[in-house]
Design a protein. Structure first.
Lengths: 121, 136
């Protein structure tokens, strides 16, 4: 998997996570702006997943392919689920849920890279 | 104070702090489900006990997530049962994996008291049961 692109996703996700954490600390509700940033991250993840599957299909190497696809799908699923589950929450917990998801995303991207490299599974 | 004879309606379990708790349960439901799906689909023969345990843990997490999110009276009972099973499961599997490591060479969510997941699987049932009590 291309290292630079994964690093970009990691940085974007961490920046958004920081943003969400600050909003949670200030007791702010999710805004359209944060939602738009979440959509941007999701678009980056979608390209990552498609690119990953294409690269996997073009590779003869032995690695845990099912796990690889599983982690890619996990990456894609987590941010939308978090935004969906956080909607309508009146306390700051909704923001914490979004921040958690954005902190998990880089971990998932890292796992994708580890499985790709063959050090896991 | 609950007046005698009036219906006491408990606080919802899926709001406030419960929103975060359900999210964490959901994450473990997702992790355990995908892990066991991959394990069972690709290499069940290698360690059937560990992999079927993973699937069992996945079901427990799914039931806990959905019932905590719903939060009606029936769901509360279901959540209490599921989280109690989760607590017993993580303690038994955690202890068994310490005593009989050869049987648990292939990891599950509960192996080593959830050490592969920062011991969150050990902490989670205590928090879950506390939350159910707290919102009663």
């Amino acid at each position: 998997m291309t290292g630079t692109y994964a690093t970009v996703i990691t940085v974007v996700a961490l920046l958004l996570a920081g943003w969400a954490l600050i909003c949670a600390a200030l007791n702010r509700r999710p805004t359209l702006c944060l939602f738009a940033a979440g959509v941007l991250l999701e678009a980056l993840l979608l390209v990552f997943a498609v690119g990953g599957v294409v690269q996997m299909a073009g590779s003869d190497r032995q690695f845990a392919r099912a796990e690889f696809v599983g982690y890619l799908l996990g990456c894609l699923a987590i941010p939308p689920l978090a935004f969906y589950w956080a909607r309508g929450e009146r306390s700051r917990s909704g923001m914490v849920v979004i921040a958690l998801a954005l902190l998990i995303t880089p971990v998932m991207v890292l796992r994708v890279q580890q499985v790709w490299a063959g050090s896991v599974g | 104070m609950v007046e005698p004879g009036t219906q006491h309606s408990p606080a919802p379990t899926g709001q406030g702090f419960g929103r975060v708790l359900v999210a964490v349960y959901g994450l473990f439901a997702l992790a355990a489900t995908s892990r066991s799906a991959v394990q069972i689909a690709t290499e069940l023969y290698k360690a059937p006990l560990a992999y079927l345990l993973s699937a069992f843990a996945a079901i427990v997490y799914i039931v806990a997530t959905v019932s905590l999110a719903r939060g009606d009276m029936t769901s509360r009972r279901l959540a209490t049962v599921a989280i109690s099973i989760e607590l017993v499961g993580v303690l038994i599997v955690g202890a068994a994996s310490e005593w009989f490591p050869s049987v648990f060479q292939h990891p599950t969510v509960w192996t080593g008291f959830g050490s592969g997941y920062g011991f969150v699987p050990l902490l989670l049932p205590f928090v879950g049961l506390w939350w159910l009590r707290h919102t009663r």
